[in-house]
Design a protein around this ligand. Sequence first.
Ligand code: GLC
Length: 627
Amino acid sequence: MATTTTAHTPDPLFDLRWNRALRDLRGPLARLCGQRHDLKTLLARLRDMAESHWRARPADLKALDLSRDLDPDWFQSQDMVAYVAYADRFAGTLPELPAHIPYLRDLGVTYLHLMPCLMPRPGQSDGGYAVMDYRRIDPKLGTMDDLESAARALRASGISLCLDLVLNHTAKEHAWAEAARAGDPFYQAFYRMFDDDRLPQEYERTLIDIFPDQAPGSFTWYPDLGKWVWTTFNEYQWDLNWENPEVFLAMLDTILHLANKGVEVFRLDAVAFMWKRLGTTCQNLPEVHDLLQAIVQATRAAAPGVIHKAEAIVGPRDLVPYLGQGRHEGRVSHLAYHNNLMVQFWSSLASRDTRLMTHTLRTHFPEGFRRASFATYLRCHDDIGWAITPEDAAHIPHMQAPLHRNFLADFYNGSFPGTFARGADFQTNPETGDRRTNGSLASLAGLEQALESGDPILLDHAIARILMGHALIASFGGLPLLYMGDELGLVNDHSYAADPDLAEDGRWMHRPMMDWSLVERLPRDPDSPAARIHRGVRAILAARKREGAFAAHVPTRILDTGTRALFAYLRADDHTPVTCVVNFTEDPQTLGPQTLGLKGPLHDLLSDQAMPEGPLHLPPYAALWLR
Ligand code: GLC
């Protein structure tokens, strides 16, 4: 009689994958916990877990794995375009999502980041970034089966699903935290807890407040527990203790579970904060990169088609290692937010001066990365932090970093004389005076003001600014992220103030509801601002997709234009390089093509027009993609 032992039949493919992953796993895991814990046992447990997820991985996802083994650069293709949306604000619920796939396809989208979908704590939840159950979907959106179906429908249309994975903390209502609170020492070791405030006070000396306004300090005292708990963000978000390998195993189990539901990209939230050391800001510590490598490589063993995007909104020097530097090269996150490009875009727009942008982007960033690239963006669901350092500012005559940051905050909150922006301050730090900024792309770029004034020139300028920004992120190098509504010019939405769960967090101002009635009106109202922006964005993305030089692996070289108003960069493809030039002012500009090393007849790939001979003429806020 035959017995079935499928569960234990060796799978040579998994063995190959595991042995391959092991090469890049051993080092970081040994460094993280080798001295304190038994590495052999940890690796054995990790292997068992990875293998059981691999066995459970659906056949269609294994087919996807294989296709990505053969094409590991898939996410760097110029065909890739990402869209970022709240599932409820975009579609209502997960079962309603597939009906909107044609809209995404029409824009050119191949990657959809659905903002936090996992079960949040009730009431305030930091926009869903306080998760109480990583295995359940927020019931207002649907169920895990609905997520799986939505992922399948997206995949069938060539769209990869990206989901948030909050790694730094859980909600204090998560089962681990509840058990910790009930006194279970195993789960208390999942968090960072202190019996008295001696160490918390020592740490506080060098920590930076993330929400100085709404949640000052990084520790919270719980009388029932009799302990201080590390709470970097809000009181209800408890920082996990990643020095405990049980946390690593538990999170990896979660990742692989969700990967088997069809999640293709994990957005690793707030990774900069995952490791802590006394006397430091407890951000961007070297161990974070070991952790990321371990997460990425272990995922690779059991769900090889999956990639990771690091969310580290940090200064330029700290940002680069998230895409792999030194021993981590080609081994950590595949994507990371280009926070600096975003800040420099807004800075150059406000000052009509691209010198700081040129200096910073050229000085701190390599022309490319091995098997990794930036996600380029103009706006997201968070505020803008004016990450401009004194060292960079010192390169620009008469510029001082604190003054420039102050100018940007004033310009974008709408108080600076002559500004075009409508935004608001966020989290003013009483100690440093630093302010961050909220506001939608359209409102910050002048559309709200232009619509109110009824001035057609202001309107043209606002639309041109928005489209210039889209052209920048589509061509600069990396995966462009479109934030929901930015393709239509949706302005600030103040209705959040009436919802007690949202009112305290001004970031909801730029998290509007999708306006489907506006989408329906686009064809009937082709001259409306929304139709002009939507048409422009579609054309930009279509032009991007036609050019191999815009693939993310092609080096980006910052050029000198010799003109403050103009920013330029070369996409240095071996055969068919493209030179991009952007006018950051409302004044027309001219530039000799030889300044950019260009000669002979030129073609603008963006407008698909031949350029007249002689100097280049750039209308207000124009972008040219020249070959
Ligand atoms: C990330 C999210 C932000 C959230 C924070 C804490 O930065 O983008 O919205 O507040 O993490 O989870």
